[in-house]
Structures are given as C-alpha cells and as structure tokens.
Design a protein around this ligand. Structure first.
Ligand code: NAD
Ligand code: MN
Length: 791
C-alpha cells in the first residue's frame, strides 16, 4: 500500500476505510522511471522537456510528462499520414479485429486503468471503476462492430485522413475512447493530445496499442499544453479536428482554422438544467441530483448545475436535499466508499472558489454540509446556492465543480423558459411521474441530450453533443461516425482562384422598352421596402436594365431574423402538413412556369425552361423528404429506450450562389424548410429577380409568416451581418472562398453551425446524389431523449 492512503481520515464515517490498492499502478509508473515521452509511429520517444502530473488528492507528483514541441507534433502528423495509406485500405474485418483487440485489452486492464485514472484525476475509484472504464470499453466494442459494417450504412463515403484530437481532463480515458474508437473504425489515423493534468491513462493505452499490434502510426499520442494542441489543430495535414473542452478554446480553434476546409466538431461546456416537477418521485429525484451534480465532483460538461424546482415542493425538496448532502462521503478518491473526490487541479479549485464567492456577493445564500475536509490535496465541499436568480453570473457561467444553484418555477412553460435561458445547450434532466409531461417538455428544451427520470447516462450507440454554445457534432451513434467520413459533393469544376465574378454595371445602361417592376423584400410574410430606401438596378447580359431590387441593410436583416425567431408555427406543424405546403408551392410555381423561365432567360441570357423544370422536381424531392427524415430508437444497454430525434437547427441563414439562380435558391431553401427550419435567405446578388418573385408563391401556399424571409442587396455585407448575428443558429454560404472563410470566422460569435462551399461551384441541374441528401443532415441536429422504464 502506498503513502497516498495514509492521508485519508474516514473516522467520522460509518464505513471503515476500504482503499483500493495502488501497487500495480505505481509499479507501472516505476517501469518508465515515472518519466514519459510521446507515442509516435508506434514507439515511445525519450522524455524531454518534462512537466509534472500530480495526484490532486495529495498534491504529490505522480510522474513527469514531455511537453511536445512543434517538431514533435509534425513527426506525429507525418507518421499518421503515412500510416493512413495502408490503414484505410485494410479490410473491414481486419480493422474490426484490431479495434476488438483494444476493447479486450482495456477490459483486461480495467482495474489498473481505474486506479491510474483516479490517481491522476482525483475522481472516486467507484466512478472510474464502474463508469469511466466500462464505458470506454463499451465504446471500443461498439466501434469494432462499426468497423466491420459501417460501409453498408455509409456507401461511397471515405475516411478523412489524419484526425487531430484534443481532450480535457475530466474523463481522460473515456474521452480518448470517444475520439479514437470512431476515428479508427472508419479508417482514419489519429494524433491525440490528452489534457496536461491527466495524460497517464492515454500513455497506458498507447502500450495497449503496441500489444494489440495496431500498425505503427495509426495512433499517435503527444502530451503537452494548449500550445501543443494548437500546433495539432493548425497543422495543414490534419483533415479534421475533434475537440472536447472549454467553449473559449473551441471558439479559438474554429477561428484559427477558418477557410481551411477542415472538418471540426466541438464538444464544449454546459450549464444544464435539472427540472423537478411537483409530481416527481422526490426520493429518486434527490438521488438524481446527487448523480447529476456531484458525480465526478461536478466536473462534468453535462452536470445538472441548475436545479429548477416547482414552487409547491421546493421547501420539502431542498430540506431533503440538504439532509442527503450531509451523508455524502468526501475524501480519499481511492476509498471505495468515497462519493466526492478531489478537484483536478489547484487552478480549477481556485476557479470554483472565486465563482462561488462572486455568487455570494451577488446575494446567493450558500449551504455546505459540515464534512471533514482532508488536510491536503484539492477538495471542495458539495455546495448549494439558494436565493439565486437567472441573471446572476453564477446561474449563467459554467462552474465545473460541485456547486448547484436553485431557481423555483411555477408552470411547465416557465420551467422551459428558465431552462432555455442559457448560452449553452448540452443536456437536461426532467423529473416527473407523468410521461405526457416529460415527453411534452423534452422537445422544447434546446439541448442535445434529455434524460427523463434519469441523468448522466451514456452509451456508445447514442450520440452525445450539444446545441448552441455547447458546440456541434456528435460523439457516439451513427451521427458520430458520419463526422469521420467525407462529405463528397463533387464540385462542377475544380476550385479556381478566380471565383464567381461580380457583375459591374455599365455607366449608362440602355433602358428597356417595358415597365419595370421594383420588387420588395419579404419579411414576416409581408412585402417590404428596404430600410435604406434605396434600390439596386439589375441588368441583363446585354447591359439592359431589367428590374430593381431593394438594397437590404443591417436593419432589414435584424427584422428578418426577428421574424424567423418568432415564427414557431412551421416547426411545430406536423411533417405531413409541411410536406403539403411544399407540394402546394410546386403547384403554384408550375402555373407560372413561363414567367419564371422568361425571367431567368432575361437575367442570365440562358434558356430558363430546363431550370424551372429542375426546380419543380427539387421541390417535389424535398416535399417528399419532409415526412421521411426520421429519427431512430437506440437499443441502449438499460431497460429503456433512447429516442434520437432529428430536430431543426432553428434560424438558418442561406446565402445563395449566382449559378442557376432560381434552382440553387430553391434547392437550399426548400431543403432547409423541409426539416423544419425558419429561414433568412439572401439570393444571388447578380440574379436576384426570380428569388423575389417566389414570395407570391409562398404567400399563396399557406406558408406561415416569418418562416421564409428574403433580403436582397450586397451579398458580402449582408453575409457579414448574418454571420455575426447572435440570433442565427446556422449559416449556409455558397459564394467565393473569401466569403467562406469570413463566415467560418465570424460564426464564433454564438458558435453557429456553418456549411460553406469554399468557393467551389456545384452542379445544381441533375446534381450528384450527395447534394440531394446532405442538406437534410446540415439542417438538423440530433437530440437524444433517454426514457428508462420499469423499476
Ligand atoms: P480547455 O479547453 O482548457 O482544455 C481542453 C483541452 O484543450 C486540453 O487538452 C488543453 O490542453 C487543450 N487546449 C488548451 N488551449 C488550447 C489551444 N489554444 N489550442 C488547442 N488546444 C488547447 O478545457 P478544460 O479546462 O481542460 O476542460 C474543461 C472544459 O471542457 C469544460 O468547459 C467542460 O464543459 C468541457 N467538456 C466538455 C465535454 C463535452 O463532451 N461537451 C466533455 C468534457 C469536458
Ligand atoms: Mn494529474
């Protein structure tokens, strides 16, 4: 038994101390003289440039790790790149066997892995042993299966290349599993960087890769700090970044890699709500709170850190909760009866203290049970902050510690409003014995995961990830695999430096001999003049004036976003009714086929009939999908189900290309409409006329006001306004390379999801199959609703 255990003082607890043995873990550390290099190209490098990793329960040094230089990162990426050539081409069966071997080895070494994790991170052994390591194992098993069969589910899709993976310190091995298993299963290679305070289990895993005979270079692990992480993310040969960590760093990664065409998924912070309704089974709900905010010391991205209790039961519930808090065991994480272990680092401890102090200063009333605190190490007691209100910093900022705030609510409607009053949107937990109520509330919460009468349940088959500033992309499930595969919409021609040219009107245009109609903007179901009062003249290829469109500005975009935000009808309509309205629009367009063909011909000088025919077919295509892009039910390993729902993203901005101006507009707008989004669309700057003519079609097709809004004007400036707007949840951009980069850069304001063409032109007439499918995925995000049942 090692020295760590002597520091525990469990005398005041009913249980006697029952510490887990650390002997094997310390023997393993000693084998490397407690000094570690990186794992690159299948071998460990010599330790260099080292820094310490501590046991946060004692403050003592466990080992020294190497801080990777840019050279180390380059070597790791190079080795990943050369391994990719063979790894992507081995058979699915062979790859499945490798991943299966990793699963077996993690399972075989689960005890030592659990101890190492607890030593390095500070989490209770009960959790590392019963939750972290089994879930990591399950993730590898599940993905060994996917390695064998994913090609059946994703025909034609290819692995991406070398994936850069950066993970946090709260679930070190589990986050590694979430990253590495799907990447390898789909034929990618990886360079992974664990967090600087918790790299040991990743290094142990590297040894398991050797034991499993994973080909050299398929898995590379470099240790180091944020700088190392940024070298990985910025490396030109990294095809995708998979990041889990703070929203702040997630933003930075998005910004720094804008315009590079890298895929990126971000699993970020949270401030999740735990809703207790008055008909809830209160004793179960109390245990739920314990598992929600005191699991892993509250250092959980999806921790239920905001308790919302219905007014009538608040007093009773809180007094029960306080009694329960008195019985929590805080102390030596290695002790099997410990509930709350050590905070991961002194910095994190200081951050928690500071945030709680600021909450008290703002007027919150603090409750902490009188637990005996260990003399050394980084510990913080379970904490309840009462008399808080939504505007307090403590109710909005992620604390990432064992601290719970309480806010009462009166009605379900108010509960939803409070729960959604957050920049984040990771998860929520709903407690009620009324399944009607639970299932009614779940879709209203703007979060990626909902647990009904349960909390913090995870499984490899069910995707995990957030809405809003909790990031985008999913880990686990099919949606997680999709993130590691190509999105091949073949461009019509290769990316050229010179992108879509801007039309320069001549100085003295020749007036055409007919009455020109000045079109209007379309906002909130009404035709509107632009706020500026100015119009833009539109010329044909012979430089004849053929019409005028409003010159939209910031105010027009604001009004359009506001209208789209308020328009709730479309999303809540049945899918059948949405389909009917889309079909109806096709009917109405068909009646005016000639006119639209003429306008296209007038604008572009090309025959418009074929484009209008294709447009009608495209509307039929997405009307057909409207009631068929369904979710699935996951077979999770508990008694219960997890419903994976495809939900619309919300307010979606769409900037349309010049090419086939009617068809491309309709393709993008109708695909986003069919999945239930509300739209602010900016038609082609050069050929905007027929997009605006569509408002008559929308008006006569029973499209609810605000569902689709159309703003014409200068695309660059309108795009910039949309991309920075906090009320826009996603932005699709089909313009030039510079615009694509700008969109990705500005999207960090509220971490909007982006889909850009990187300046490539697509074939809209008889398009590739991918282009008919991809918008459905781009327009939705998966929400997983967990519903356990029975006893
Ligand atoms: P962090 O963002 O500081 O660090 C995460 C990782 O990023 C670490 O490996 C770190 O070294 C690295 N990093 C730091 N700066 C970097 C940079 N400039 N470029 C590249 N990499 C950089 O976060 P943390 O404090 O370690 O972890 C806590 C945060 O992680 C919390 O906000 C939590 O909510 C979040 N988290 C989210 C999930 C999820 O799945 N959504 C899971 C766990 C943790
Ligand atoms: Mn550590």
């Amino acid at each position: 038994m090692n020295q760590d255990n002597k520091t525990t003082d469990n005398e005041n607890f009913a249980y006697g101390p029952s510490p887990e043995s650390t002997e094997k873990a310390f023997t393993w550390l000693a084998k490397s003289k407690n000094n570690f290099g990186h794992f690159i190209g299948g071998k460990f490098t010599n330790p260099k440039n080292t820094f310490k990793t501590l046991n946060p329960a004692t403050g003592k040094v466990l080992a020294r790790l190497s801080n990777a230089t840019e050279e180390d990162v380059k070597k790791a990426v190079k080795s990943g790149k050369s391994a990719f050539k063979t790894w992507k081409n081995i058979s699915s069966f062979q790859r499945a066997k490798y991943i299966y071997a990793l699963a077996r080895l993690i399972q075989k070494n689960s005890r030592i892995l659990a101890v190492l994790e607890t030593l390095d991170n500070g989490k209770p052994i009960r959790e590392s042993r019963d939750i972290d390591i089994p879930l990591a194992t399950r993730h590898f098993y599940h993905h060994a299966g996917w390695a064998k069969i994913y090609k059946h589910k994703f025909p034609g899709k290819e692995p991406l290349g070398v994936i850069g993976q950066i993970i946090p310190w709260n679930f070190p091995l589990l986050m590694l599993a979430w990253k590495i298993a799907p990447a390898l299963a789909t034929g990618n290679t990886v360079v992974l960087k664990p967090a600087e305070t918790t790299s040991l289990t990743a290094l142990f895993f590297a040894e398991l890769c050797i034991e499993a005979k994973i080909p050299a270079g398929v898995v590379n692990i470099v240790t180091g700090d944020g700088k190392t992480g940024s070298w990985i993310a910025n490396h030109k040969d990294i095809s995708k970044i998979a990041f889990t960590g703070s929203t702040e760093v997630g933003r930075l990664l998005r910004k720094n890699t804008a315009g590079e065409g890298k895929k990126i998924t971000l699993e970020l912070g949270g401030k999740s709500a735990f809703l207790v309704f008055e008909d809830a089974d209160l004793d179960s709900a109390i245990e739920g709170v314990v598992d929600s905010i005191w699991f892993n010391q509250g250092e959980v991205c999806c921790a239920g850190s905001r308790l919302l209790v219905q007014e009538g039961i608040q007093k009773n519930f809180l007094s029960k909760l306080k009694r329960r808090m008195e019985r929590l065991h805080l102390g030596n994480p290695l002790d099997k009866s410990t509930d709350i272990g050590a905070i991961n680092s002194s910095q994190q401890l200081a951050k928690i203290k500071k945030l709680v102090a600021s909450g008290e200063k703002e007027g919150a009333k603090i409750y902490q049970p009188k637990l005996k605190m260990p003399a050394e190490g980084f510990f913080y007691p379970p904490t309840l902050l009462e008399e808080t209100h939504q505007s307090m910093d403590i109710c909005q900022t992620e604390i990432f510690g064992p601290v719970l705030t309480v806010i009462p609510f009166r009605t379900p409607k108010e509960a939803v409003a409070i729960a959604n009053n957050s920049r984040y949107g990771l998860s929520a937990s709903i407690w009620t014995e009324n399944i009607n109520l639970g299932l009614d509330i779940a879709p209203r919460l703007k979060v990626g995961v909902v647990w009904i009468n349960s909390t913090n349940l995870f499984d490899a088959s069910a995707g995990f990830g957030g809405y809003r500033e909790s990031g985008y992309g999913r880990e686990g499930g099919m949606e997680g695999l999709r993130e590691y595969l190509t999105e091949p919409i073949a461009p019509e021609k290769n990316k050229s430096k010179k992108t879509i040219s801007k039309h320069v009107p001549p100085a003295l245009p020749k007036q055409r001999n007919r009455i020109d109609r000045t079109r209007k903007l379309f906002i909130d179901g009404k035709q509107k003049r632009s706020d500026s009062g100015y119009d833009r003249k539109i010329f044909n290829s012979k430089n004849e004036l053929i019409g005028q469109v409003p010159d939209g500005n910031r105010k027009d975009i604001r009004d359009a976003v506001e209208a789209a935000t308020q328009a709730g009808k479309w999303k809540n309509m049945t899918a059948h009714n949405r389909a009917q309205i889309l079909y109806y629009a096709a009917e109405n367009l068909e009646l005016r086929k000639e006119e639209f063909s003429n306008t296209i011909q007038n604008m572009t000088g090309k025959d418009g009939r074929h484009e209008v025919e294709s447009t009608l077919e495209t509307i039929f295509h997405y009307a057909a999908w409207a009631d068929k892009f369904e979710g699935i039910i996951h077979d999770i390993p508990i008694r219960g189900v997890s419903l994976a729902l495809n939900e619309p993203i919300g307010v979606l901005g769409i900037v349309c290309p010049d090419k086939n101006p009617l068809l491309s507009f309709v393709h993008l707008v109708f695909s986003a409409l069919c999945t239930g989004n509300n739209i602010v669309a900016i038609p082609s700057e050069r050929f905007p006329l027929c997009a605006l003519d569509l408002y008559q079609i929308f008006e006569s097709s029973d499209m609810p006001a605000g569902t689709i809004n159309i703003i014409t004007g200068e695309q660059d400036s309108l795009t910039q306004i949309l991309a920075s707007h906090m009320g826009v949840d996603a932005l699709w951009y089909f313009g030039d390379g510079g615009g694509s980069k700008m969109v990705e850069k500005l999207s960090i304001s509220n971490l909007k999801q982006t889909w850009v063409n990187d300046g490539q032109e697509y074939k809209w007439i008889e398009p590739f199959k991918e282009l008919m499918e991809l918008p459905l995925y781009k327009g939705t995000q998966v929400k997983n609703v967990w519903i356990p049942y029975g006893e």
